[in-house]
Write a protein that binds this ligand. Structure first.
Ligand code: NIG
Ligand code: FE
Length: 411
């Protein structure tokens, strides 16, 4: 069965065959077969299909790829947010509040809340999401978080080394042993990725040596690396991420020149995610993507990362929400795109690429984040004539419908 989606006012493909960067096709159509993109181009040239759907001149994008979220947790930290808005800094210390609530929650409650958050993301146009553990910080709860996450996405990340829990405050080495030993053994079967909050400026996060120990143990267990780095200071996170061949280093709020050089250097011998021929799988030879999370700077009232500096150096940039109860509780990729354009001076095209193809590169995925032939038919339909409206009409629910694997998933 083939499906023709036609009368698309503007189609964003991220396919260089249709033009640089976004590969925009005006007056377009898409043919879907077996859940994959079979053809894209001008509607007038579309091949025949078994059924057709008229999209009423709306704009169609690749579904957003949110490559960084913490959407399995209990409780909230609204009072912490309110305190911050009246002057308290974000230090990462509040993570312990969410750890206590998450440990105390039943599996059913955790699952229901996580399902609701992923549903909330879907109806805002996000069709691929990465989800981390990290609010358990004990073997059973970390494994429970990852089991739940795995029901929701294949992009699951073991973040046992988020912060050192209170019971290990005087035995940091003991906690690293736990994370790299029994906790990793229990969690690795449910995870694709290993992550660590490498931030010497935060007393409960991990320094360079601890973070390297965690990442190399994860890699030995068959996981791929990603890093929380350079959020609060120009610490060692970026350099370590490049050293271990991480797919992405996330936050990148404080960068030295050497950090930017290291990220750019990681791509000199690797295939840049520019939409070349899709092999439908993982690009294991890729460099390290810089993932920016401007909803965190918004919610912590911090200076935004310097996206232009990274782009000028040729570093692939991804945008993600970091949806979590502490540093930023937005699940909206449209909001992130609007922030990137307004606050980080990314062009609307750069921001949308980073929220789709950039996120896919950060997850080393070739089958999402674009609408080239062979891609998953994950589509976001906007009640708008063009992608410019994402930043031009911030805060407005523009998503009209969402398709996943060739089927309408919302509403
Ligand atoms: O990505 N930086 C560390 N972890 C999260 C925040 C988690 C929290 O505050 O609960 C982040 O910002
Ligand atoms: Fe995070």
């Amino acid at each position: 069965m083939s499906l023709l989606l036609t009368n698309i006012g503007e189609l964003v493909t991220n396919d260089p065959e249709h033009g640089a960067r976004l590969g925009v096709v005006p007056g377009a159509a898409v043919v879907v077969e077996a859940g994959r993109i079979a053809w894209t181009g001008p509607a007038a040239a579309a091949p025949a299909a078994d059924t057709a759907v008229d999209l009423g001149r709306r704009c169609v994008l690749p579904g957003f790829v949110d490559s960084h979220s913490h959407t399995v947790f209990a409780g909230d930290r609204a009072p912490e947010f309110a305190a911050r808005m009246t002057g308290e800094p974000y230090t990462g210390g509040g993570i312990a509040t969410t750890v206590a609530a998450t440990r105390a929650a039943s599996e059913d409650v955790l699952r229901a809340r996580s399902q609701a958050l992923v549903r909330e993301m879907l109806r805002q146009g996000t069709t691929t999401v990465e989800i981390k553990s990290g609010y358990g910080q004990e073997v059973a709860t970390e494994a429970r978080m990852l089991r739940i996450a795995r029901e929701l996405t294949p992009e699951t990340t073991f973040l046992g080394a988020h912060t050192v829990p209170a019971e290990y405050a005087d035995d940091r080495a003991g906690y690293v042993d736990l994370v790299t030993g029994p906790m990793l053994a229990a969690c690795a079967p449910h995870a694709r990725w290993i992550d660590v909050f490498c931030e010497p400026a935060a007393p409960t996060a991990f320094d360079e040596d601890e973070a390297r120990t965690v990442l190399t143990a994860g890699i030995r267990a068959g996981l791929l690396a990603r890093v929380h780095g350079n959020q609060l200071s120009a610490g060692p996170g970026v350099r370590l991420a490049v050293e271990v061949g991480a797919a992405s280093v996330d936050h990148c709020t404080h960068l030295s020149d050497a950090d930017v050089d290291a990220l750019a250097g990681s791509w000199t011998s690797a295939r840049w995610p520019d939409g070349g021929a899709s092999d439908g799988g993982t690009d294991a030879d890729a460099g390290t993507v810089a993932t920016l999370l401007p909803a965190v700077e918004f919610s912590t009232r911090s200076p935004y990362p310097d996206a232009r500096r990274l782009l000028a150096a040729g570093v692939p940039v991804a945008l993600a929400t970091d949806c979590n109860p502490g540093s930023g509780y937005s699940s909206s990729m449209s909001f992130v795109v609007a922030l990137a354009v307004r606050e980080m001076r990314m062009s609307p095209a750069e921001a949308l690429w980073s929220a789709t193809a950039g996120g896919a590169a950060a997850l080393r995925r070739d089958d999402v984040g674009h609408l080239r032939v062979g891609a998953r038919a994950d589509l976001t339909v906007l009640d708008a004539p063009s992608h410019l409206y994402l930043a031009y009409r911030p805060g407005v629910p523009l998503v009209h419908e969402v398709w996943k694997d060739g089927a309408q998933a919302w509403p």
